[in-house]
Ligand binder design. Structure first.
Ligand code: HEC
Ligand code: HEC
Length: 265
């Protein structure tokens, strides 16, 4: 009796060992097919909602071309759709040099980019947003070779916005020479502000804090992420290594003040 059970078990084991790789191959194939279908449906969403600006190859050369030409103090600024083929993202929560993570891309799709005329798409079904997120990854080889890094941790201390913290932030803003680009009063008119070019060779203007809203969104956490992660592709560096966490939060306090966000409280 006993030996026959053992034998039976052994046969079962062998059958299982043989079947396991087979089922995982079948499952992997099913996953691949599902992913391919998702990307295909993302292409359709892209063609309806994004191609006009970002172009059929994702290189930013859509039929719209230059979205707006603005003139400020004799400087002409052209706002153009982003070239997605380099997969260089400004509004990430990941450290400088890294790919954006899935949530970052969804946030961009949801909220659009204020001041740049990229529309928000939060009202379209989530499946469509997920699909188009995957589709835009087909524009750059980086997505095949790299994984996004871990997002930067953001824990806001209670004292952010206090007048003491604003005063400290003011000193740091000066010491870190933010004013060379952003202007000493934060009005976007620093001595370097006329000569800045982005990674695509286009003129770019530093943010004028007195005009209000950030492209990324203006919560204290977003401001913190902006100079911690840096705005890749714009020349605005990451201060993750050069400023400690506390000093970065003092800088948040000061820049919120420059944006008039503290007076309203
Ligand atoms: C009206 C034109 C327009 C449309 C439509 C549009 N975009 Fe954009 N998009 C822009 C512009 C302009 C920028 C550059 C914003 C900036 O950096 O100031 C941009 C930037 C981006 C970025 C880069 C953001 C970053 O962090 O660097 C992504 C990703 C993106 N768009 C995806 C999409 C997707 C996906 C769609 C369709 C669902 C879409 N866009 C539709 C104009 C558009
Ligand atoms: C080399 C020039 C340069 C320096 C130095 C610099 N920035 Fe910037 N910064 C830029 C540019 C250019 C932009 C605009 C990017 C855009 O519009 O997409 C920007 C944008 C920003 C924004 C707005 C981001 C958004 O979502 O719209 C904030 C906040 C900011 N910078 C804070 C700072 C602070 C604080 C410092 C100093 C610690 C600093 N920057 C140093 C060039 C610079």
């Amino acid at each position: 009796m006993i030996p026959s059970i053992t034998k039976c078990k052994r046969v079962l084991l062998i059958v299982c060992l043989f079947l396991f790789p087979l089922t995982s191959v079948v499952l992997a194939q099913e996953n691949d097919d599902e992913y391919a279908a998702l990307v295909e449906s993302g292409k359709k969403v892209y063609e309806v909602r994004c191609l006009l600006c970002h172009g059929s190859k994702g290189d930013g050369n859509g039929p719209v071309g230059i979205i707006r030409r603005a003139e400020r103090n004799g400087r002409v600024l052209e706002i153009v759709p982003r070239d997605l083929t380099m997969a260089v993202f400004r509004f990430r929560t990941t450290p400088t040099g890294c790919l954006a993570d899935d949530q970052d891309i969804l946030n961009i799709i949801n909220n659009g980019v204020p001041r740049s005329f990229m529309p928000a798409h939060e009202k379209i079904p989530i499946q469509e947003r997920e699909a188009v997120k995957e589709y835009i990854k087909t524009f750059s080889y980086r997505w095949e070779e790299e994984d996004p890094c871990e997002p930067i941790a953001v824990v806001k201390p209670e004292w952010v916005g206090s007048s003491k913290s604003v005063d400290k932030g003011k000193i740091i803003f000066k010491e870190m020479k933010c004013g060379e680009c952003h202007g000493y009063e934060g009005k976007g008119d620093g001595p370097k502000s006329n000569d800045l070019k982005d990674d695509w060779g286009k003129q770019i203007l530093p943010f004028n804090f007195s005009t209000g809203d950030l492209k990324r969104g203006s919560t204290p956490e977003n401001v913190y992420i902006t100079f911690t992660s840096g705005l890749d592709g714009t020349g605005m560096p990451s201060y993750e290594d050069s400023l400690n966490e506390e000093d970065r939060w003092h800088l948040v306090s000061f820049t919120l003040k420059l944006m008039g966000k503290l007076d309203k409280k």
